[in-house]
Structures are given as C-alpha cells and as structure tokens.
Design a binder for this molecule. Structure first.
Ligand code: PEP
Ligand code: MG
Length: 875
C-alpha cells in the first residue's frame, strides 16, 4: 500500500505529534473533542523528509494525496476550490513536532484570484472584505512563498493611506483595497517577471513547498541548534478552511493563554482585534484589546471561549496558548498548544497544577525545561530595556547571565578597577589561567577566540560569571587597549553590555536585575531529588564555589582542578622556581613552599563539603602555562634562582610545544616530575586527616584523580607513588584513613583498554572535554572557527563540546563502563566534562549507568532536574 502522507483532521489525534507536528496533532485532537475547528488536513512531517530526499521536490504520490484531500475538504465544507459561487479558501501553516515560533509565516486566504474575489465580494455583499482578503493573500504569498519581502507592499499601503489622509488599515475602502491588490500584482510581476498565479492548486503546491523549504532556512537551523531540535524531524503543513476575522465589526481574531505566561498566575491573558486577520495582532498595526473586553463586545462568544479554555486546559492538563477567529459572531479555534512561558512561570504553573490535583509531582518535574532554570540563577537584563536594545554582534553564549560595564583589556586592570568600585567587563583575545583574579572581578567576560570549552567559557561557568566567547567579528588590538566592532572603536572605559544566555552584544549600558530563588523552585527541586537516581556533583576549585554549589544542591565535588591553586599569591613564584630547577632537591625545596598552602586549600574544600565526597584531580596543564611572560617577572625569577635571564629564557623556550593539548600535560607531568604528584598527595592526605580530626562526625575519604591516562602502566606508575606517599602520611599521623585513587577517562586509548585500567583505578570519571577533542580530533579551543561550516553543510548539528556525541564519544563511554566493571564490579563512575550540565547528555549518562554527573555550580539545579526527568522518562 502506498504511504499515507496526508491526514484529515478527523483522522488524527494528539498522540500523533511526530507525524502530524504539534499544530496538526492538536487540531485533530480539538476536532475529536468536538470543538469548533475549521476543517482541513495535515501533510505529514514524513512528507517533508521525503521532499528533501527527492531533491527538494514534492513527489507525485504526495501531490495526488494532497489533491484528493482537497476534494475531501470540498465535500466536508460544501465549498469548492476556485469556485465563483462558493469558493473554498484555505490557510497554509507550518507545524513541526516542537513549536518553533517565528520560523515561518502563515499564508492566509489562499485560493483567491481576480474572478473569485469579484464573485465573493458580490455574493457576500461585502466587497471590502473580499478585496482585503485578496490584497493580504498577494502580500503573504509574495513574501513567504516567493521571498520578495514585505516592505514593498507596506510602502504601497502607507502611500495609499497618506493619499487618503487616513491612519488605520480598516479605514481603507473596497475600492482602495482593489487598487492596492492591483498595485501588489504589478509589483509582483516587476520583481519576479511572471504574473501572480491564478490557479488555486498551483498556489497551494507552491505554498506547501515553501513551508517545506522553510525547514531549512538559516533562522530555523539556528533555532533548532539552540533548542536541541533535530533536523531529521521535518515540519508538517496544515491546510485549513479559512474562517474570516475581517468580515466587519462582528468578526475578529485573537490569541490567549489560560494562565499568565510571564508570572504563571491563573488568569486568562490575551488580546484580540475586531475586523482583522491573525497577522494584524502580531504585527501591531492596531492596538489590540484585552481578551476580557470581548465580554462587552460579544458576551455569548466570550462565554463559549471561556468554556473552551477550561475544556482544553483540563484535557491537556497544562497551560494552553490558543488562537481563535470570530467570523460574524461564530467562534473558531485555530490552534492550541502548551504555552511557552518564563522559567518563573513554569515553576509556578507546575506547582499549582499539582495543588489543583491536575497532575502528579513526576509530571510537574517533567514539565520544566531544565535549561530555562539558568535564567533564575543569574542576573538578567531589564526586560523592557533589552527589548528596546539592538545587538551589535552575536557570538557563543558561553556562560549565562547579563553583564554591563566599562571595558578593560587585562585581568590586572579588571581587578584594580573593580577594587576601585567600578563595574567592569573584561574583553580579551582569549583568557588563560593567569587571568583568574581579573575574571573573578569582572562583571562579564567577552573573548574574541575560543569555543564552549575554552578556558574563558569553562572558568566563567564555574564562577557563574556571564561570558560570551568566540566573537571573531571583534578586531582586537590588546596592546593599545582598543577594539573595533560593528564599525565603532571601543576604548578602555567605554561601556558595553552582553548577554551570556543569548550571546548578544550591545553598545552602551543596559540595566540588569538580580535573580532570586523563589519558593516553587525549591519545591520542584525537592521533587526532582525524590525521583532521580543519578548523583549530582560539582566542578569546583574554591571553597566559595563549593559552598555555592552545595547551596544549589551538589552532593559532592566531582572535579577539583588543582591548577588554579598554583596561581594565587606567591605560590606562582614558588612553582616557577620548581619548573626552573636543575635538581630533584631544588624542585622539592620549591614544592615544599607550596605544600602547606595547597593543604590549606584542600582543608577549606573539605570543610565546605561537610563530609560529602571530594575528588581532587592532580595537576593537568602543560608547564609552559605557568612560566612568566613578563620581562620583570623573568628577571625576578632569574634573581631568585641565581641564574641569568638568558638561562631562564632558555628554559621557557625549551618548554614550548607545537601541540600542548597533546603534549607534556596530565599524568605525564607526574611521570617526569614525580615530586609534584607526591607533594599533592601529601597535601590531600594531611588536609583530610586534619579535617577528619576536627569533624569526626563527617566521613572523609579522599578521592585522588589522575588525569590524561592512556595506558595502565602509566597509571600504575603514578598510583604507586601516590599510594606510597599517602600511606606514609597516614602512618606518620597515626590515624586510620581510607582513600581512593582513580582516573579520568579522557583519552580514547584508556576507554579502549578500560578493563586493564580498572585493575588499577578505583573509580572512573569521564573527562568528556578531552575525550571529545581526541575522539573527533578537534581542538577544543579552535573548533568554533570551523564548526559553523559543518552546521551549514549538515555534517554536524551541534557543538560536540556542548552536547555529548552519543554516537562515538558515548560509545566509548559505554564500552569503558562495561569493560571497567568486568575487572572491578564496584567501580564507581562519573562524568566531569562540560557535558555533565547539559540536559540531553545527562539523560544519556543516566541511561548508560553512571553514578553521578559533575558540573559547574550554576548548572547543578539543571543537572538535578535533567537527572530526574531521565529517571522518569526511562522507568
Ligand atoms: C575534561 O577533559 O573533560 C576535563 C574535565 O578536564 P579539563 O577540562 O580540565 O581538561
Ligand atoms: Mg581533561
């Protein structure tokens, strides 16, 4: 049997969303509920996919089913396509599985031509209406189907209004509209070189094609990427008999929400316009009236509408967003869907629905979009101010929040200016570990280079600081403290604003407001914790971050990157002395200066975690990141070491690597400089012993994590010295202390030999930043430069550094767990790459049996919610 590509509304239902799209499935459902829906049919999402498979052509089988259904629709409505007596006019709208607002405009009044419009005007006794429909149709068809643009037609309308001395479209007469329609057609011919199509069937096929085509427009592609909607889903097309809101003062059109989408309050919200069609409400040509005023104008219609609202809300058990049209006092429902809402409203609505007995706690947890919680945790721009602002550029939305402040170009300036009480934003080509203090002091960070896992992005997310990265449009001159963007020069002290949630950058100041954690947020989180089985830890290197993360619900630290600890105060001097030493003794002497401060850091972390697990990862970055670049610092180091400046420069030069990401870093440092790992072990163990003594009620069991392991012998080599050092410390202290030594799985070779690795490692933690980098062979700091081309070519749909690549990286993870547990059944496994805070990646981690995910503090609530949803969805 031939494939079924087209469904009448009466043939579908809400559960068929994948095939009919959200709009189509809900139109079918409303039809089944006996609500007044103008009838029609849906061309399926599969037909859209087929259109692309057939080289962007609608094949004959699909065309013939569309035509068959036009016949069916003619029978149902008693009207006929192109008929002069009783013409059938339709609307054509897109409708994907997930709503994608603004992706594609609607085409209304399709089926009109010169003859039909004349007949329609005469028969209805309302020629103004008939010509209004026709001019709208030409306008929309030209814009949406032929992509001519709206502006030419708007200019003609404005000219006509000016000539007539009127302000409102509704004051145009039938003759005016007829003249306009003819002007529009002339414009169409001028622009496209062909006459405006008169055959309704030809019009329809062109419109359906345009909807399919719109699935691949740049706007849609970006929207999908931002919202995790796969390209393969395709869009459906809904063809529906027109109901006319523009027939006069007893007609109208509007939109309404059953609850307030901004606050969640249970009250009808919405607006309508009399004598208008759908796009007038959105376009703002006239000011619509509040939905409650419909009660005064058409009380019976209002009452009926209120009844439908409650039917729909009770049926879908969620806040509904509806579109309706009134044609000469008769109400028609054109759409219903679960309404989009702010994160704040989402929490309130979910809690209220539970309290009203409409939904279960599990359902409430499932209803919240985890990513939206971001907006509740960071400062945001004042809604009105941001709506009025025009962005000057857009780059990667690397860390959410809103930043506004004076530009500084160095971390030192950021710190100094902030100490002087100024609000600053740090703008740099890229950041490095040396910039930490300045990054902390800044209100926001903007970088020219770097992707979602660049230093700036990772660190900013950790700190909860707003960051926009990879803005390659900036022409930077760091030395002279000036950059150019959007044709303007920005100097130190000039003010800019940017939004780490959208990646948009603005000229000048935009007021921000602090985010608050409100009551419903806590309730939803409590429910989330009740249903999730996956643990949620945090990536934190400072007690402040750790405390923040605990406040947000983290159950431990999954990754403490110790490298940042080497930069503070005079530790960096001691560490540089270590790097520039000639003998082991010299190195040990330098490291001995760092040991007590590092121990102090660890003690504070253990205190902050109050007995919850803390995984401390040993030094990871290449040593060259630590050496001085500044002449004065080099001279200072030479003096301390009793070496010449040239000698120090030669050492620095010798540390240079062509590919430091794959160079002398991770556990390789422990192999070449065992002293570092030994010092870190002593610091961890001594800290644990001290805190355990002070707090016998806590259970402190250090987890030492060795990074960048690829070979079991390499792990064993480092582990042996860690164990030897740790045991000696414990013995010397005369206490009992359990500890674990585990490894990161971040090199494909480790994943492939996980059974061997697990013989030594007591736990695994997936470092999916490096694992992604090394599986794809993409530099995590540079991939942003070419990934756009990959998106355009549909090779990849997402940044694999943000959203876990389940196909390959995920397969390596699954394989590692399986192999690892073969050797060590009680192996515990986590993830601490950036993916640990990404909802779809969290779901994957749940499915493959991880024990916990670890993410930056501000993503902890997102991970908790995503983990609960994963548990609920995969029961
Ligand atoms: C990783 O590689 O995923 C990881 C967590 O380590 P880092 O980002 O510090 O390399
Ligand atoms: Mg790593």
């Amino acid at each position: 049997m031939a494939n079924k590509w087209v469904y009448l509304f009466s043939e579908g239902e809400a559960s068929m969303k994948n095939l009919l799209g959200g709009k189509g499935a809900n139109l079918a459902e409303m039809t089944n509920l006996g609500l007044p829906v103008p009838q029609g049919f849906t061309v399926t999402t599969e037909a859209c996919t087929q259109y692309y498979e057939d080289g962007k052509k609608i094949n004959d089988e699909i065309i013939s089913q569309i035509m068959e259904n036009i016949k069916n629709l003619e029978e149902i409505t008693g009207k006929k396509f192109g008929d002069k007596e009783n013409p059938l006019l339709v609307s054509v709208r897109s409708g994907a599985r997930a709503s994608m607002p603004g992706m594609m405009d609607t085409i209304l009044n399709l089926g009109l031509n010169e003859e039909v419009v004349e007949a329609l005007g005469e028969k209805s006794g309302n020629p103004r209406w008939a010509w209004d429909c026709y001019r709208r149709f030409i306008q929309m068809f030209s814009d949406v189907v032929m992509e001519v643009g709206k502006k030419y037609f708007e200019v003609l309308i404005d000219k006509m209004k000016e000539e007539k001395g009127i302000e409102q479209d509704v004051d145009l007469t039938a003759d005016d509209l007829k003249t306009l329609a003819n002007q529009f057609k002339a414009e169409y011919k001028k622009m496209l070189g062909t006459d405006f199509p008169t055959d309704p069937k030809e019009q329809l096929l062109a419109a359906v094609t345009a909807v399919f085509r719109s699935w691949d427009n740049p706007r849609a592609n970006i929207y999908r990427r931002d919202n995790d909607i796969p390209y393969s889903w395709g869009t459906a097309v809904n063809v529906q008999m027109m109901a006319f809101g523009n027939m006069g003062e007893t007609s109208g059109t509007g939109v309404a929400f059953t609850r307030d989408p901004a606050t969640g309050e249970k009250k009808l919200m919405g607006e309508f316009l009399l004598n208008a069609q759908g796009e007038d409400v959105v376009a703002g040509v006239r000011t619509p009236q509040h939905i409650n005023q419909l009660k005064e104008v058409m009380p019976e219609v209002f009452e009926q509408f209120i009844g439908i609202c409650s039917t729909l809300e009770n049926h879908y058990r969620d806040m509904q967003d509806m579109e309706f049209t009134i044609e000469d006092k008769k109400l028609y429902m054109l759409q219903t869907r679960n309404g989009k809402r702010t994160a704040f409203a989402a929490l309130k609505i979910a809690c209220d629905l539970v309290d009203e007995g409409m939904i279960t706690e599990e359902k409430a947890v499932s209803m919240i979009e985890p990513r939206n919680l971001d907006t509740l945790l960071h400062p945001t721009f004042d809604a009105k101010a941001i709506a009025e602002a025009t962005p000057i550029a857009k780059a990667l939305a690397a860390s959410p929040g809103a930043a506004s402040g004076q530009i500084v170009f160095t971390a030192a300036d950021a710190k100094a200016w902030a100490e002087a009480g100024k609000r600053v934003v740090l703008v740099r080509l890229e950041t490095s570990p040396e910039d930490i203090e300045g990054m902390k002091a800044a209100n926001g960070i903007l970088t020219v280079r770097g992707g979602m896992t660049s230093h700036a992005a990772v660190v900013a997310r950790g700190m909860g600081t707003c960051c926009v990265s990879g803005c390659s449009e900036i022409v930077m001159d760091e030395e002279n403290k000036v950059f150019k963007l959007a044709g303007k020069e920005y100097h130190e002290g000039d003010v800019i604003s940017f939004d780490g949630t959208t990646g948009k950058i603005y000229d000048g100041a935009i007021p921000t407001q602090e985010a608050k954690i409100v009551g419903e947020f806590g309730r939803i989180m409590e429910w989330a914790d009740k249903y999730r089985t996956l643990g949620v830890r945090t990536n934190a290197d400072t007690p402040e971050d750790a405390r923040k993360a605990r406040e947000l619900g983290a159950e431990g630290i999954g990754l403490c990157r110790t490298e940042h600890m080497f930069f503070e105060g005079d530790r960096i001097d001691a560490f540089r002395e270590m790097i520039c030493s000639d003998t082991v003794e010299e190195r040990e002497e330098a490291l001995a200066k760092i040991l007590p401060v590092q121990q102090g850091d660890f003690e504070k972390l253990y205190e902050a975690l109050e007995g919850h697990p803390v995984t401390i990862r040993f030094l990871d970055p290449p040593l060259h990141e630590f050496v001085p670049t500044d002449e004065a610092d080099i001279a200072k180091l030479a003096k301390t070491k009793g070496k010449s400046v040239e000698d120090i420069k030669a050492i620095i030069e010798s540390l240079h690597e062509f590919n430091p990401m794959m160079g002398h870093r991770g556990c390789r440092l422990a192999v070449t400089y065992p002293e570092i790992a030994k010092m870190q072990t002593s610091a961890v163990i001594r800290a644990a012993i001290n805190v355990a003594k002070a707090h016998p009620e806590w259970s402190i069991k250090p987890e030492i994590m060795i990074p960048l392991v690829g070979e079991v012998k390499e792990l064993k080599y480092v582990k042996d010295m860690v164990v030897e050092t740790a045991d000696a410390e414990i013995k010397a202290a005369g206490v009992e202390l359990e500890y674990e030594v585990g490894t990161m799985i971040e090199i494909p070779r480790a994943a492939l030999t996980a059974d061997e690795i697990a013989k030594e490692a007591e736990f695994f933690c997936f470092g999916t930043n490096d694992l992604t980098q090394m599986t794809f062979g993409f530099s995590r700091d540079d991939a942003g430069k070419f990934l756009d081309a990959y998106y355009d070519a549909k090779i990849y749909e997402n940044d694999p550094f943000s959203k876990l690549d389940q196909t390959a990286v995920g397969r390596l993870m699954e394989m590692s767990i399986k192999l690892g547990k073969q050797s060590r059944p009680n192996l515990h496994v986590g993830i601490c790459g950036e993916h640990g805070g990404d909802p779809s990646s969290v779901e994957f981690c749940h499915k493959i049996g991880l024990d916990y995910v670890s993410c930056s503090p501000f993503r902890v609530p997102i991970a908790r919610l995503a983990a609960a949803q994963a548990a609920i969805n995969n029961k």
